[in-house]
Every structure is written in structure tokens, then in C-alpha cells.
Design a protein around this ligand. Structure first.
Ligand code: ATP
Ligand code: MG
Length: 330
């Protein structure tokens, strides 16, 4: 039997280059050798969008179109709508008993997101506990590998802590620990050069952005504030254009030459931005074209089929979990 993979994305907007380099490329590579499940994480998205559910539901089909356009094959990968699998909620309730508030408070990604969302005074409990719900996602699908960006590492750690605790307390081995699969660029910075590129921060290049928007975003990129004139020596470290050239330009050697020229002085920002724009346009044009040809009806059918298949596996796992805890049906 093939080992299982679980990963997912929140339907909060279009997928971007950070997703592509951080996780999607690995998913495409692994989908033929593993039994891969991808969760359209609408429940998790509700934890910080509970007052705007329409945004989440509208993005379910858009997110799925992004998957299909970059090469996720529905014959190899099962795409699942999280809210339609009620066993996730049940499993979350069992797991909440195995986690302390202290552990949740220590999670660095949650800490950062609380600050970013301005929740310091009133943290919604559902949001605070989403790492527990994520542990339910991963273990319900019996996943051993989880291809993610590095902001998810604390969630994997939390999942494995729950798995060990569950297996120990209930004298069982029904739950499996999982491992993160990280890519070489496991956190792509946003065009502002400040935080990771993210759907919510409006600092990302979406896979479906039209050519002129891509160009506009490339020309907005943070470079080196001390490189006012082309003739000045420039800094490559922390320069977003070079970060993106490293991640997306097909020829490493020519990027190395550009870096040397830039450091020496004599290479202007406009030149490097044009080079980056050319390589991003080349990468994204076929993805956008494929996306434009996708029919929403077929996309919905893929979601129905994937969710129905996932529901079978969810039933099997939840039965094992109930038996391990000793919860009987009367
Ligand atoms: P939101 O702003 O709604 O949280 P997001 O852009 O952070 O959206 P998620 O849906 O939260 O995207 O994340 C989906 C997956 O993509 C996760 O595995 C996450 O680690 C990965 N990912 C997101 N942003 C980046 C990034 N900038 N670099 C690398 N991986 C990323
Ligand atoms: Mg996120």
C-alpha cells in the first residue's frame, strides 16, 4: 500500500509563488508515488474569517482551479473540502483533551499570527486551537508526509506530540507520526521584503495574475535602498529581486553573474527587474492559460468525487480511534 500524504491550503485567495515553490512543486513530484490528499481548508479559514464566510466559499473553486492549472492530477491526488468531513470536528474534540493551553501559547506561528491579526486582547478560541484541528486533518488521513512551508513546522510538531500522547494514554498504536517535506525555498518573502508572501497580506504574485500585474509587482519589489544609482555597488542579500531570481530563474550561472555585477556596481534595478519579469512571465503564462480553460462544473465534480473518497477513509480512521478510546455505540 502506498504511504499517504496530507497537505492543504486555506481558501482565502489565489495561490501564489510562495505556495508554488514552498509546497506545490513537491506535491506534483510526489503525487505519483504516494496516496496524496489535499485539503481545501475552509474550516480553518473560517477561524479568522467567521464573519465573512462568502469570501471562503467563493474561493473553494478558485483554489481548486489553481491546483489543476499547476499540474495536480485528480486521478492521482484526492482533493477534499474540509468542512464536508465531519470526522475532523469529532477528532479535534478528542485531541483538545490532550493539549494544554501552555503548549498552544508557545506555538511561534500562532503567536505571530495573533499579533499580525491584532487579536492580542481577544483571541477567538477556534483560531487559537487550529493547530489541534490541523492534527486531526493529518491523522484522520493517516498521513506520514506533509509537504508544507516552514511556517507549518510548529503544527507538525504539535501533531506528533498529540499522536504520542494519544497512543500512550490509550495503549494503542493506531495513530502515526508524520514528517514535514520542505523545499529548498520553504519561506518565500513577499514583494515588500518584510514578511512571507501571503494571500492575506497583498504582498504576493498570484499564479493567476495577468501579465501586466506581474510586471507591476516585480517593479514594486524591495531592492537595496542604498543602491540609488546604477553605478553604486548594491546588496544582494535581502534584495527581493535576487531572492526571486534564485527561486525562479532557470539558469543559476547567469544569476551568479548578475549578482557579481550588481555587487560591483554598474547594474541598475530596472535591468534585474526586467530579467525577473521575463522569467516569471515564461513560468506563469502556461499555468494561466490552463486555468482559463477550466470549466467550473468539472472542477466541482472533482471536488465531489475527492470528498466522497476521503469520507470513506475518514470513517475507517474514526472507527479505530473510537475503539482505541473505548467509546462504544449503544
Ligand atoms: P493566509 O494568508 O490566508 O494564511 P497563506 O498565503 O499563508 O494564506 P496558507 O493557505 O496559509 O497560505 O498556506 C498553505 C501552504 O502554503 C502551507 O503549507 C504554507 O506553509 C505554504 N506557504 C504559504 N505561504 C508560503 C510562502 N511564502 N513560502 C513558502 N510556503 C508558503
Ligand atoms: Mg497562512
Amino acid at each position: 500500500m502506498k504511504k499517504k500524504i496530507l497537505t492543504g491550503d486555506r481558501p482565502t485567495g489565489r495561490l501564489h509563488l510562495g505556495h508554488y515553490i514552498g509546497s506545490l512543486q513537491n506535491r506534483i513530484k510526489l503525487q505519483s508515488t504516494y496516496d496524496q490528499y489535499i485539503l481545501v481548508a475552509d474550516l480553518q479559514a473560517l477561524t479568522d474569517h467567521f464573519d465573512n464566510p462568502a469570501k471562503i466559499t467563493q474561493n473553494i473553486v478558485e483554489l481548486t482551479k489553481d491546483y489543476l492549472s499547476i499540474g495536480i492530477d485528480p486521478n492521482q491526488t484526492t482533493i477534499v473540502v474540509q468542512s464536508q468531513i465531519s470526522e475532523i470536528a469529532e477528532l479535534t474534540v478528542y485531541y483538545l483533551n490532550l493539549v494544554t493551553l501552555r503548549q498552544l501559547h508557545r506555538n511561534p506561528t500562532i503567536k505571530y499570527e495573533i499579533q499580525q491579526k491584532g487579536y492580542n486582547k481577544a483571541i477567538p478560541a477556534g483560531f487559537f486551537c487550529y493547530p489541534v484541528s490541523q492534527a486531526a486533518d493529518i491523522t484522520l488521513f493517516q498521513a506520514e508526509l506533509v509537504p508544507v512551508g516552514d511556517d507549518q513546522l510548529p503544527m507538525i510538531e504539535q501533531t506528533n506530540a498529540i499522536v504520542r500522547r494519544f497512543n500512550k494514554i490509550y495503549h494503542t498504536n493506531v495513530l502515526k507520526e508524520c514528517k514535514a517535506v520542505l523545499s529548498k525555498t520553504s519561506r518565500l518573502v513577499g514583494i515588500d521584503g518584510k514578511s512571507k508572501s501571503s494571500k492575506s497580506l497583498d504582498n504576493a504574485i498570484a499564479l493567476s495574475d495577468p501579465p501586466e500585474v506581474i510586471k507591476q509587482k516585480v517593479f514594486q519589489m524591495y531592492t537595496d535602498p542604498n543602491h540609488a544609482k546604477a553605478s553604486n555597488p548594491g546588496r544582494v542579500e535581502g534584495n527581493v529581486v535576487f531572492t526571486y531570481l534564485d527561486a525562479f530563474h532557470s539558469d543559476e550561472e547567469s544569476v551568479a553573474d548578475l549578482k557579481a555585477d550588481y555587487r560591483r556596481g554598474g547594474l541598475g534595478d530596472v535591468v534585474i527587474k526586467n530579467i525577473l519579469n521575463d522569467s516569471l512571465q515564461l513560468l506563469l503564462a502556461p499555468i494561466r492559460e490552463k486555468r482559463n480553460n477550466l470549466d467550473a462544473k468539472i472542477v466541482k465534480e472533482i471536488l465531489h468525487q475527492g470528498t466522497a473518497k476521503a469520507a470513506q477513509l475518514a470513517k475507517v480512521t474514526i472507527a479505530m480511534v473510537r475503539e482505541a478510546i473505548g467509546i462504544q455505540s449503544f
